[in-house]
Design a protein around this ligand. Structure first.
Ligand SMILES: [Zn+2]
Length: 134
């Protein structure tokens, strides 16, 4: 499990996680299945030039806000998906929930929607075996 807010995303935590799995478990990127869980969506995630400046090669995931010069809407889901593709994962092995936590803050904790006074989200990773009755 890796957390990818904007700092983790521009630091390519997805690629680093794949590399760590290769070193620790001899994982092959083409065998890895990734799930991008609920998080703030591009509909709500405004960032500035500072963040975009850290994203060399991935600027396409920043939609300029015409009404706010120097501000962008960041597509964390697309950015992290591309990082995982660049790390060798197969497109069909990357699942994206596509659920914005700010738009759905009654269901999920959202730091931005709740102005910092919010709960915390937990993540559970469950290993599924391909072997039946093993
Ligand atoms: Zn949203």
């Amino acid at each position: 499990v890796a957390h990818a807010g904007w700092r983790g995303t521009v630091a390519q935590i997805g690629r680093k996680t794949v590399e760590t799995m290769q070193q620790a478990f001899s994982s092959r990127p083409e065998d890895i299945i990734a799930a991008i869980g609920p998080s703030i969506g591009q509909c709500c995630y405004e960032v500035d030039d500072f963040v975009r400046g850290k994203a060399a090669g991935y600027e396409q995931f920043f939609a300029p806000r015409a009404e706010k010069p120097g501000k962008y809407l960041l597509d964390l889901w697309g950015y992290n998906r591309q990082v995982l593709l660049d790390a060798g994962l197969k497109a069909e092995n990357i699942l994206t929930a596509g659920v914005c936590t700010e738009h759905n803050h009654e269901m999920f904790c959202s730091y931005r929607a709740e102005q910092g006074k919010t709960g915390r989200m937990g993540v559970c990773l469950y290993r599924m075996s391909a072997e039946k009755n093993a």
